[in-house]
Structures are given as structure tokens and as C-alpha cells.
Ligand binder design. Structure first.
Ligand code: GAR
Length: 201
């Protein structure tokens, strides 16, 4: 099967959605490792409960980002990883991973990029007062949420929304969209030419 690494730093609701999709037989791939930069993150417990191997590290134990990413890259090579799925991994990748896995790293972000990149995209959208926000899945390049867009879904901001109610609807959309996009990869249906992304029917 297609070999997938999920990178996450936090709660792990997208990680869990991917695991559930694999169990349901609709992911078309095998999540062979969770990579996590926060030993205490809830996602680590979810991986253990799901029987997914974990590679957990602390950036502060390394001299540089390049150093810890070389450790991650070695683990990915051992596992024969073909696709890196960032799911709430709250760090920029260095060229060590971006160049080794060029065109094979995707990220999910809780806004319609290029609006509201970076941290707290949902809070940024509320603060700005937009009436529509959403979810973006995109290829990862060296920038902050700047890579070519693969899929987007709109989510309306409702009059009574606060950060919690809006986040709830955005997360529900993410959990449906991300496994679907990963299945496009495992099915060989995504191609990238410069910034142009094509999804084959
Ligand atoms: C998700 O909403 C994801 O889109 C966001 O972090 C959350 C992780 O939730 N990612 C970013 O903001 C990346 N810039 P989860 O740990 O429950 O999947």
C-alpha cells in the first residue's frame, strides 16, 4: 500500500480522521508513522491507541531545525514513506524535508488561502469580519502556507459565531476533506506542474 507519514503537534482530530478512513478502507494507503514535535500532545496517545508507530522528538534537544529534520528524514526513509501529510504540525519545514519530498508534502489550513496564513487563522478571520472562510489543502513549499492549492472548501461565518462555534464547523469540513484529498494521492490522481495542480477524474 501507499506509505504515509502524518506530522502533527496537537489535538489530532485530523490524524484521527485519517486513521478512521484507513480503517474504513477508503484512504488507499497505510499510515505507517506519526511524527510529533511535542511529547505531551494528545495526538501521541491517539496514535498509540490506533497502533500507529510514533516518532516523537523535541526540537530543543537539537542544535538546529536541519538537525532534527535529518533525524525525521532517516525515520521516513526507514519506513519507505511516499507522502507526508501535515495535520496541525505547527512548524515550518526546512529544505532538508521540503527538497527530499518535493511534491510529496501536503498541509491543511483552516482558511481560504492566501487569506489568513500562519497561526490562528480562524481567529484572524473573525477579527477581520469576513463572511466566508474555509479550509485549504495545499502542497508545502518553503514558505508559510504558500504552496500550490489542491482543494478548498468554503465555510460561512454566521452572525452569532465565536471562535469555538466557527472552529467546530471548520474542523468538521477538514475531517471530511483531508482523507478525501489523501485518497486522490494514493489513487495517483494528483499532478503538479509548476504551481498548477490537476486532479484527474
Ligand atoms: C487544524 O485546524 C489545522 O487546519 C490547523 O491546526 C488544526 C489542527 O487540529 N493547522 C494550521 O493552522 C496550520 N497552519 P488537529 O490537531 O485537531 O488536527
Amino acid at each position: 500500500a501507499y506509505r504515509i507519514a502524518v506530522f502533527a503537534s496537537g489535538r489530532g482530530s485530523n490524524f484521527q480522521a485519517l486513521v478512521d478512513a484507513q480503517r474504513a478502507g477508503v484512504l488507499g494507503g497505510d499510515i505507517c508513522v506519526l511524527v510529533c514535535d511535542k511529547p505531551q500532545a494528545p495526538v501521541v496517545g491517539l496514535a498509540q491507541a490506533a497502533g500507529v508507530d510514533t516518532y516523537v522528538f523535541q526540537p530543543k534537544d537539537y542544535a538546529s531545525k536541519e538537525d532534527y529534520e535529518r533525524g525525521v528524514a532517516a525515520e521516513l526513509a526507514r519506513k519507505g514513506v511516499q507522502l507526508i501529510v501535515l495535520a496541525g504540525y505547527m512548524r515550518l519545514l526546512s529544505p532538508v524535508l521540503v527538497e527530499a519530498y518535493s511534491g510529496k508534502i501536503i498541509n491543511i489550513h483552516p482558511s481560504l488561502l492566501p487569506a489568513f496564513p500562519g497561526k490562528d487563522a480562524i481567529g484572524q478571520a473573525l477579527q477581520y469580519g469576513v463572511k466566508v472562510t474555509g479550509v485549504t489543502v495545499h502542497f508545502v513549499d518553503g514558505g508559510m502556507d504558500t504552496g500550490p492549492v489542491i482543494a478548498q472548501r468554503a465555510v460561512e461565518v454566521l452572525a452569532g459565531d465565536d471562535a469555538e462555534t466557527l472552529a467546530q464547523r471548520i474542523h468538521a469540513v477538514e475531517q471530511k476533506l483531508y482523507p478525501e484529498v489523501v485518497s486522490w494521492f494514493t489513487g495517483g490522481r494528483v499532478s503538479l506542474d509548476g504551481r498548477k495542480v490537476t486532479i484527474v477524474e
